[in-house]
Design a protein around this ligand. Sequence first.
Ligand SMILES: [Fe+2]
Length: 225
Amino acid sequence: MNIESPGIPYNFSDLEPAMSRDTLVFHSLRHQRVCFDRTAALVRGTDLETLSLEELIRTTERNPAQHALYRYAAEVWNHNVFWRSMRPRGGGAPHGLVGEHLGARFGSHERFVREFKEAAGAHFGSGWLWLVWRRGALDIVTTVNAGTPLVRGDTALLALDLWEHAYYLDYQNRRGAYVSTFLEELVNWDFANRTLAELLANGETLAARPRAAAVPVTPARVRAS
Ligand SMILES: [Fe+2]
């Protein structure tokens, strides 16, 4: 198989107290690992075995008969982005490229925080909350269950897992407290900046980018998929 075994890029206890060691252990070694193992079992011995994780997700999403495999593979990828969307002693207002574009899109960090929290609260059931680069600008989107922006042509800059297994041990049913802690103590803007810089360096045009002075502050377009 052409898919790397997943792992978190820090120690299990490094995000404490914002995210407990128990949460990361169960989340990484039970949930994501199970999805990886099932992906491996389903591609073994098939034509799909040589595909990268991204290619596998895009290929299986197009074929309803392969959607069980698509969901497992997408969950591996989604969690890979999620782990990197956090870091020890993270959180706060963004800087760099993302900070510049976030100001252009939302008007202020406070407005972004409000709309990010509103999107998390409005999402029903399991899924994901994303900050993505879409057609030359930042956007907030949600996906249902294992849904991923990868198959929509969006570039994921940040992922926040909205499945209860991501926060129930630490926050029980208080999803809002979990989202606030993510923004205030965990979010890794360096990761988002690196991803956006690579995208722009590889030819993503800024032509469609809204100019700060011309952008009205409007509610985020939150979509479910
Ligand atoms: Fe998860």
